[in-house]
Design a binder for this molecule. Structure first.
Ligand SMILES: Nc1nc2c(ncn2[C@@H]2O[C@H](COP(=O)(O)OP(=O)(O)OP(=O)(O)O)[C@@H](O)[C@H]2O)c(=O)[nH]1
Ligand SMILES: [Mg+2]
Length: 297
């Protein structure tokens, strides 16, 4: 089996479990947030596989008409309802309710492998990053290639990623993946506004423009286990373009947001280990992990 897995997946130092303690000895709690709408046929295995990594398992349901909620409750997840506006709204509800120090977002359709969660959270626990995005460009995707619709999505997403890279001096490969981890205090400081899946690029752009540190780890994207995607390029392309241009060129980051957050934390905890947390000071990466230096503005 292992000989058919990609290199990055089997690297000996790719973590398979979560060290729930930072280098300073402080306990770290992980909240896993799963947005879902009508995923009754898919969500069970996602929750079962994610549960061992989650100190808190939050399912944010988009008023499903199937048995999604019942399955999630049976598997021990806390089920919240979104405001019926879309996936972005669901993630914001999750962020508002989560009690963990690190938030992990994972789709309910079986596209993401929960076993990648330790690799996503490790750079944050070690104090090397504030936000870690799973990258389908590094880990491969079974969903991005083959049809015109997929080509348009991939093309659009790459244009957005390139524009972030060249305007902000970073080198990301995937700005749209729904599989990511972020420090809870950083996520809240970004004051996210998107109602739909533009929330992914909003989170990435605001992270970089606020001076927080972002990096990527390779994660593979699988074809959704059952059913149809809710995503229709024709319905949302204009909102994607609007959100992209607004957050990248017109939105004004809170001045020195990263430094302010760090100062606030230092005031609360008086911890000298926070020295490793300075914006833009990303450490060298491990295999399949790309650290990117976010420019502080
Ligand atoms: N709570 C909530 N979840 C949603 C909503 N829309 C989508 N989701 C969930 O968000 C995740 C991603 O949605 P998908 O429809 O698979 O969109 P996608 O992953 O961009 O599209 P594909 O790559 O084609 O699967 C899935 O777990 C959905 O069930 C919504 O309005 N509310
Ligand atoms: Mg999907």
């Amino acid at each position: 089996m292992t000989d058919i897995l990609p290199n990055w997946y089997t690297q000996p130092d790719r973590p398979t479990s979560i060290a729930r303690q930072g280098p300073d000895g402080r306990a770290v709690r992980v909240s896993v947030i799963v947005p879902c709408r009508n995923e009754g046929r898919n969500i069970g295995p996602v929750l079962e596989w994610a549960a061992p990594y989650a100190d808190e398992l939050l399912v944010v349901d988009g008023h499903s008409g199937d048995d999604t909620r019942a399955i999630a409750e049976e598997l021990g997840a806390t089920v919240l309802l979104d405001n019926g506006k879309g996936k972005g709204d669901a993630l914001r509800v999750g962020i508002a309710h989560a009690s963990g120090d690190i938030l992990v977002f994972i789709d309910a359709d079986g596209s993401h492998d929960p076993r990648d969660i330790p690799a996503l959270v490790q750079p944050i626990i070690e104090g090397r990053a504030d936000h870690v995005s799973g990258s389908r460009m590094l880990g491969g995707s079974d969903e991005l290639h083959a049809t015109i619709n997929q080509f348009v999505r991939l093309f659009g997403s790459q244009v957005i990623t390139l524009s972030i890279n060249y305007s902000q001096g970073v080198r990301l490969t995937d700005s749209q993946n729904g599989f990511r981890a972020i420090r809870a205090d950083v996520a809240r400081s970004l004051a996210l506004e998107s109602e739909i899946p533009t929330i992914e690029q909003e989170m990435v752009i605001k992270t970089v423009r606020s001076g927080f540190r972002i990096c990527e780890v390779a994660t593979h994207e699988y074809v959704r286990s059952n059913g149809e995607s809710n995503f229709r390029v024709l319905d949302v392309w204009f909102q994607f373009v609007k959100s992209w241009l607004y957050y990248l060129f017109f939105w004004r980051p809170q001045k020195r947001a990263a430094e302010n957050l760090k100062a606030e934390k230092l005031g609360q905890q008086d911890s000298s280990a926070e020295e490793t947390d300075s914006p833009g000071s990303a450490e060298p990466s491990g295999p399949g992990e790309q650290m990117r230096k976010a420019r502080s503005r």
